[in-house]
Design a protein around this ligand. Structure first.
Ligand SMILES: [Zn+2]
Length: 359
């Protein structure tokens, strides 16, 4: 049994001759993308050749840039011929064993000199140098392209950041963003573009973007809306996280248009929104507040009663803001001049609201 195991192990560990040969040469270059391997060990092994012991010499690298030395095999190889030579050009410098005849290495008619004079080596050297030149051009082209690309990304980020900051400013200050006319010659282009123009006066990147191609400005109404949506989404998810962490705070979450205005339709809509944002209401909803309209506050079938059916702890209280409104209206009614003034304002509002229909 032991023997069998050893056989299996040796079967799987056995290397084919070509692979073994390649592994023996593993300490010299593997591909044309490498550089000639030219090690400088303290001592090169000495072998008896002719009348004395001789060894490879590191100084030969200075004369022959193509020369590679394998420390494993103690042999010399030609980098150019191995990676850039034509197929079927046999030479000892491309063979697996390599060149080892150190005695003849620097002979005038042998060794390195003879190899260098060969047509195959000359072609290989030309091909190698051409490859290096192309690589250099490609590298410099790539570096230029990368630099330009990174610059464009950085500039677009600066510009988008400025656009987002202006949108955030106008939104938090509650001032309108768009102008009635936004062309360059318009008297008032709106707050958004006017503030961006001020920023552009102090930043050439923003200035170039605003005066550049139309699709790079990021100022269109569509982009504004997309950015506002993104900003709103960030704020909304932060509110939802707060709610989930059970922080008690009053926050505005969402506007939703109602298709049906009856109690059932409005209840369904509110529950849909709570579910959409993953807010657990059946056990965590502890309060609801609306105005006193019976569709909302109705004791038996108003929205509050319907929601309380599914969320048992959602107690209804009359909306505080609405109570204050009722108090103010009653107070104002007690002052004839104020009542007259607010009635006029209301009349004006109704007239303005309806005037476009008349026109
Ligand atoms: Zn060669």
């Amino acid at each position: 049994m032991k023997r069998k195991r050893a056989d299996i192990a040796s079967f799987f560990n056995k290397k084919n001759p070509a692979e073994a040969q390649e592994n023996e040469r593993q300490d010299i270059s593997k591909s044309r993308a490498d550089q000639p391997v030219q090690p400088h060990p303290k001592l090169f092994p000495r072998t008896l050749q002719g009348d004395r012991r001789r060894n490879f010499q590191a100084s030969w690298y200075n004369v022959h840039s193509w020369l590679e030395y394998s420390q494993i095999q103690d042999s010399a190889h030609c980098f150019a011929c191995r990676h850039f030579g034509l197929p079927n050009t046999d030479s000892v410098f491309t063979s697996a064993l390599g060149f080892k005849n150190w005695k003849k290495a620097t002979f005038r008619d042998g060794g390195f000199t003879k190899h260098v004079k060969g047509e195959a080596h000359t072609h290989a050297m030309v091909a190698w140098k051409e490859y290096e030149r192309e690589e250099k051009v490609n590298a410099s082209l790539m570096s230029t392209l990368t630099k330009e690309h990174n610059k464009q990304i950085q500039e677009s980020r600066t510009s988008i950041k400025s656009v987002a900051e202006v949108l955030l400013l106008t939104a938090t200050q509650n001032i309108s963003q768009r102008g009635h006319r936004e062309t360059r010659d318009a008297d008032n282009r709106g707050n958004f573009l006017a503030i961006l123009d001020v920023n552009a006066n102090h930043d050439t990147v923003i200035k170039n973007k605003l005066t550049g191609p139309r699709n790079e400005k990021y100022t269109s109404h569509q982009i504004q809306n997309e950015m506002l949506d993104t900003l709103a989404e960030i704020v909304r998810s932060s509110i939802i996280n707060e709610v989930k962490e059970r922080a008690v705070k009053e926050s505005f979450l969402h506007f939703e248009s109602a298709d049906r205005l009856d109690a059932a339709g409005l209840t369904e809509k509110i529950i849909q929104v709570l579910e959409r944002y993953g807010l657990e209401y059946k056990s965590n909803l502890v309060g609801q507040a609306y105005d006193s309209a019976s569709v909302m506050s109705g004791k038996h079938s108003g929205v509050q009663a319907r929601i309380k059916e599914v969320a048992k702890q959602a107690f209804y209280v009359h909306c505080n803001a609405h109570s204050l409104d009722l108090v103010l209206v009653d107070t104002v009614k007690a002052v004839p001049q104020a009542e007259c003034f607010f009635a006029f304002l209301q009349g004006l509002y109704v007239w303005l609201l309806c005037s476009h229909e008349v026109a």
